[in-house]
Design a protein around this ligand. Structure first.
Ligand code: ZN
Length: 161
């Protein structure tokens, strides 16, 4: 069986940046990442690379920023006065839940001064090329229920929403 749309796929992955630093990995954890191919739940460049791969196959793929977490958008940074924080102390690198016109989102504190802070709404990997090492650990047909939910269910059907 090969990977195509509406297959449940399990992978071990390691994501590195251009300097070879490990950003994220589940290799060796015994807990594969499961997704349904074709639903856009993983970054587009990686999903494209998964097409046609076979069970047990290992491969490396470089995903350009535009096909990964998107280009860096300077307009997604903004400065807000510290007085708006109601006394909350924040540090550079801290993640905050922010509410805006498009709903709730996670932002990263990118600067702190005496009077204001800067928050950055870009994904931490925005603007960066992604270097994935992938091993395909499972391929099976998705059930109709899984496709309608948009995610893979566990072996016993139990899952959390
Ligand atoms: Zn579900």
């Amino acid at each position: 069986m090969k990977i195509e749309n509406n297959k449940v796929v399990g992978i071990e992955y390691t994501l590195k940046d251009k300097d070879g630093g490990v950003v994220d990995t589940n290799a060796g954890s015994g807990e594969p990442l499961y997704f349904i191919q074709g639903l856009g739940t993983i970054v587009p460049g990686l999903e494209r690379a998964m097409n046609g791969k076979a069970l047990g196959e290992s491969f490396d793929v470089t995903v350009k920023a535009a096909d990964g977490y998107g280009e860096f958008d300077a307009n997604r940074k903004r400065r807000i006065p510290k007085s708006a924080l109601n006394g909350m102390e924040v540090q550079v690198g801290q993640m905050l839940q922010a509410s805006g016109p498009e709903g709730a989102s996670v932002v990263t504190v990118s600067d702190v001064t005496e009077t204001e802070i800067e928050i950055d709404g870009n994904h931490p990997m925005a603007g960066k090329d992604l270097f994935f090492s992938i091993k395909v650990t499972e391929i099976r047909d998705a059930t109709e229920e899984e496709i309608s939910h948009g995610h893979a269910h566990g072996p016993d059907g139990h899952h959390h929403h």
